[in-house]
Design a binder for this molecule. Structure first.
Ligand code: 3PG
Length: 337
């Protein structure tokens, strides 16, 4: 079903070269991602040819990692009882060079501005004591820069490594042959489905000048309505069809297996995911605005997403009062680093 939703989203834009490229790669990407991320036993770092050699499962990692909170290490009295709680961090990328110039960006691949770099580092400080086991980013550099810069601040000091599955050669050439090194790494999965909404013929236009030309109301409808696409672009609804399908197919299984996930993405791909997590209506999502570089924390527990707002700082007690698991993780970091 997700594939049908996905085809619908892509098929709508057959005339656009960007999405045609996407269409060409979609099956390959989906196959690769399914192969690597299906469940807690996914061999995230492995290739098909040497899976047995470098297999890394959630449970194996947790046994060797003294700071890890594995699903089997429940903080309840019943130590055998499995907890399926996991943290989910969402970050909209820091300010980009086109945000700075007030230009519609969409799927144009623009890097962070100096302010955006600072925002990403600040975001990293805010989440520096929250566990991160796997990172998902869009295919765009501003989201990837944000994830990487944020992780430079993380107290656990694991190394985020971009997973290259785009070809068999890429898989072969990026293999890691040390179990210890893998345990000190965080896989980073980059996917076009988390990209910013495709802004069509508004990409590269100045937002204020566009409002002056077409009127504030029309531009607000293009930018914030649920189902009105900008000229030859994606509406939020269309963006949601691919971003939420990806979240459900690829990210939820990670959370279900107890992995703590960070997603670095974009204003509108994240709005659509938050709409799904918070069960917002198409009316309610109109007023949902996300600032650049502000991390938002959810706890996934018993199949539900519990919104915890934005952590305000690594030392802020409230951040760690969210769950016993997060408090214990921070305590272990305090003891070890
Ligand atoms: O693509 C863009 O221009 C921005 O990242 C998001 O723009 P918006 O706030 O107009 O949706």
């Amino acid at each position: 079903m997700a594939a049908e939703v996905y085809r619908h989203a892509v098929g709508t834009f057959q005339s656009h070269s960007y999405l045609n490229n996407v269409n060409n790669h979609q099956q390959k990407l989906r196959n690769n991602l399914v192969r690597f991320l299906v469940n807690k036993d996914s061999a995230i770092y492995s290739s098909r040819s040497n899976r047995s050699l470098i297999r890394s499962s959630a449970s194996q990692t947790s046994v060797a990692d003294p700071v890890s909170l594995s699903p089997s290490r429940s903080l309840t009295n019943d130590t055998n009882k499995k907890s399926n709680e996991a943290a989910l961090i969402l970050i909209r990328h820091g300010e980009s060079l086109w945000n700075e110039k007030n230009l519609f960006t969409g799927c144009v691949d623009v890097p962070l501005s100096k302010k955006g770099i600072d925002e990403a580092i600040e975001a990293g400080k805010r989440i520096s004591s929250i566990p991160v086991d796997v990172i998902f980013t869009s295919a765009l550099i501003r989201a990837q820069m944000t994830a990487m810069l944020a992780m430079t601040q993380h107290r656990r000091k694991k190394v985020p490594i971009i997973i290259h599955n785009e070809s068999e050669q890429a898989r072969q050439w990026s293999q890691v042959f040390s179990e210890d090194t893998k345990k000190q790494s965080i896989p980073v999965i980059a996917s076009w489905q988390l990209n910013e909404r495709m802004y069509g013929e508004l990409q590269g236009l100045n937002k204020q000048e566009t409002a002056d030309r077409y009127g504030q109301e029309q531009v607000h409808e293009w930018r914030r309505s649920y189902d009105t696409p900008p000229p030859n672009g994606e509406s939020l609804e269309m963006c949601a069809e691919r971003a939420v399908a990806y979240f459900r197919d690829q990210i939820e299984p990670q959370l279900l297996s107890g992995k703590n996930v960070m997603i670095a993405a974009h204003g509108n791909s994240l709005r659509s995911i938050i709409m799904y997590l918070d069960k917002l209506t198409s009316q309610e999502v109109i007023s949902l605005e996300l600032s650049t570089g502000i991390p938002m924390l959810y706890i996934f527990k018993e199949g539900r997403f519990i919104r915890r707002g934005s952590p305000i700082g690594p030392k802020e007690a409230g951040v760690y009062a969210y769950t016993k698991r997060l408090a214990l993780y921070r305590q272990k970091l305090d003891e070890m680093f």
